[in-house]
Design a protein around this ligand. Structure first.
Ligand code: NOJ
Length: 559
């Protein structure tokens, strides 16, 4: 089980308002107490910090913002001493324009580093070689001043794409991984790796202008590039865990990427888990910055499709990360009386399925999004354009900000709430970003409350470690859209996980042979009677474990 740490926001020990390695070290007891066995940390290598670490200046130096090389080594060792594993982020699709490779490449077409990046000549006095746009705005091309050549940047002008077609570049990238493996890193999250095979014909986007990423994702050379890399890094260590960020991958692509024959990655992280109710969006305003509720029916279909990953141990299971709003907001407003129950229910729903949970720091205490009051303060790309378009479509400031605060990436990057003191136990300085100061929704208060979300997560993680939830078969039951029910079975053991998304209590029919009418569980006056389970609104799911054939009922699995 993986705990994702956004290091900037986790714990600051030197008072500069930015989280650091010593802060993570300070909180290792807490991290271990959660029961997770792996930590994934967003980039801490030297970066221009225009994209919080994903714009790399040096792949092998720790950014002084976070600490020294020695701090990094201490962190790796400390995690190892606790028997934990550590995953680093590896932004392999692009570097910063400040990276020495790119600085060399700018010296001209004959420079040996020129081919580390993707270049093309300008055409017919057009402003850009083609109509591709970059993910963070503008054209995907920028002209180099000394020649008529343009370099490609599928994300951002200051983040040039590297050229995986060029063997020396591939060799350098493999060396980077070997360096960290030798230092003790157990795995990597391959950032944006689905774009590394660029179509060198640079075809026009069919629309007037359109995302260059669309035309360059999931290219046929990726298995070749990655399997070569994987063969090479074996020299430094076997069994390196690779999880690839494949934002647009559906279940079929997930199968392709994780097929052992293709030797690419062990798991993929997709953004396709969470289909929204598109018909509730306003056509006059760009859909990607509008919030709409999760489409539960479609969500179930997606989960069923990802069941294909079962024979590979299941997919990674997550509700959110640093690029998505906090999970709570997918189902319950933070002001709602159901905040705790929703947080618990969602955790049980996903994490007891087959696969590897990734818990994003703060999720385990039910943290909510931070709220910006001005679009200008949200660093995320496209925010101002959205503001203007939404204003034109008649949305008022309040409505626009409500949507942005439910969608923008920055709202989930808020400061970890350790306590409810003035600076929430994060820093002595001025925090680099917003935070919520809340009693109850902080680590200190939840430690004291046995019924807290935090304690629920701990129990859930323990339960997840049992053979039933590690290896048991998984079957989703056909229910109405507002219910999400599945069972896990292993030999004589069985568990039923029932989640209710509606505002009303509900019931489901359970097959006779599963329960034989036994009362499986009683809690808060809700019980299973004669094969019917009463589900209170947003309550944690009811779990039952039966030892067939005696059908003894163990209530100890109730969380
Ligand atoms: C995905 C990362 O998660 C995101 O934060 C980053 O901005 C892009 N890749 C570009 O590296």
């Amino acid at each position: 089980m993986i705990y994702q740490i956004y290091p900037r926001s986790f714990r600051d020990t030197d008072g500069d308002g930015i989280g650091d390695i010593n802060g993570i070290l300070e909180k290792l007891d807490y991290i271990e107490s959660l029961g997770v066995n792996t930590v994934w940390i967003n980039p801490m290598i030297l970066s221009n910090q225009e994209d919080n670490g994903y714009d790399v200046i040096s792949y092998t130096e720790v950014d002084p913002l976070f600490g020294s090389e020695a701090d990094g080594e201490r962190l790796i060792r400390a995690l190892k001493d606790r028997g934990m594993r550590i995953i680093f982020d590896f932004p392999l699709n692009h570097t910063s324009d400040q990276h020495p490779w790119f600085q060399e490449a700018l010296k001209g077409p004959k420079n040996p580093y020129r081919d580390y990046y993707v270049w093309t000549d300008g055409k017919d006095n057009r402003p850009y070689p083609n109509n591709w746009t970059a993910a963070f705005g503008g054209s995907a091309w920028s002209r180099e001043l000394n020649s008529n050549q343009y370099y490609l940047h599928l994300f951002k002008q200051s983040m040039p794409d590297v050229n995986w077609d060029h063997p020396p570049l591939r060799k350098e990238m493999a060396e980077v991984l070997k360096y960290w493996i030798e230092k003790g890193i157990d795995g990597f999250r391959l950032d944006a790796f689905i774009y590394i095979d660029v179509d060198k014909d640079f075809p026009e986007h069919p629309e007037e202008t359109g995302p260059g990423q669309d035309l360059n994702e999931n290219g046929g050379n990726i298995p070749y590039y990655l399997s070569e890399m994987n063969e090479s890094i074996k020299e430094a260590g076997e069994d390196v865990f690779l999880v690839g960020e494949a934002t647009s991958a559906d279940a079929e692509l997930a199968q392709w990427y994780t097929d052992p024959e293709n030797n690419m990655v062990d798991k993929i992280i997709t953004m396709q888990y969470f289909p929204e109710k598109e018909d509730e969006k306003d056509d006059a305003v760009p859909g990607d910055k509008q919030h709409a509720p999760l489409d539960l029916k479609a969500f179930k279909e997606v989960q069923k499709a990802f069941k294909a990953q079962e024979d590979r141990g299941g997919p990674v299971l997550f509700w959110t990360n640093h690029d998505m709003p906090r999970s709570l907001h997918k189902f319950a407003s933070a002001d709602s009386e159901f905040r705790d129950n929703a947080a618990k229910m969602m955790a049980a729903l996903l994490y007891l399925q087959k696969g590897i949970p990734i818990i994003y720091n703060g999720e385990e205490i039910g943290m909510k999004n931070t709220a910006f009051d001005d679009p200008g303060n949200i660093p995320d790309a496209g925010v101002m354009d959205f503001y203007q378009e939404a204003s034109k479509a008649g949305w008022d400031h309040k409505k626009i900000m409500r949507h942005l605060n439910l969608i923008a990436r920055d709202v989930s990057r808020g400061i970890m709430q350790w306590d409810d003191s003035e600076k929430v136990g994060f820093t002595d300085g001025l925090s680099w970003t917003l935070y919520n100061r809340e009693s109850k929704y902080n680590v200190e208060d939840q430690e004291k409350d046995e019924n807290s979300i935090l304690h629920f997560y701990r129990k859930l993680i323990e339960l997840k470690k049992t053979a039933l939830f590690q290896k048991g078969a998984y079957e989703m039951l056909e229910t109405k859209d507002t219910l999400y029910v599945y069972r896990r079975t292993l030999d004589e053991k069985e568990a039923l996980v029932c989640c209710n998304f509606s505002e009303e209590a509900d019931t489901i029919e359970i097959a006779e042979e599963w329960t034989s009418g036994h009362i499986v569980l009683e809690n808060d006056g809700n019980s299973l009677e004669g094969g019917r389970l009463l589900l209170p609104h947003m309550e944690p799911p009811y779990l039952s474990k039966m030892n067939k054939p005696s059908k003894t009922v163990h209530n100890d699995l109730y969380l």
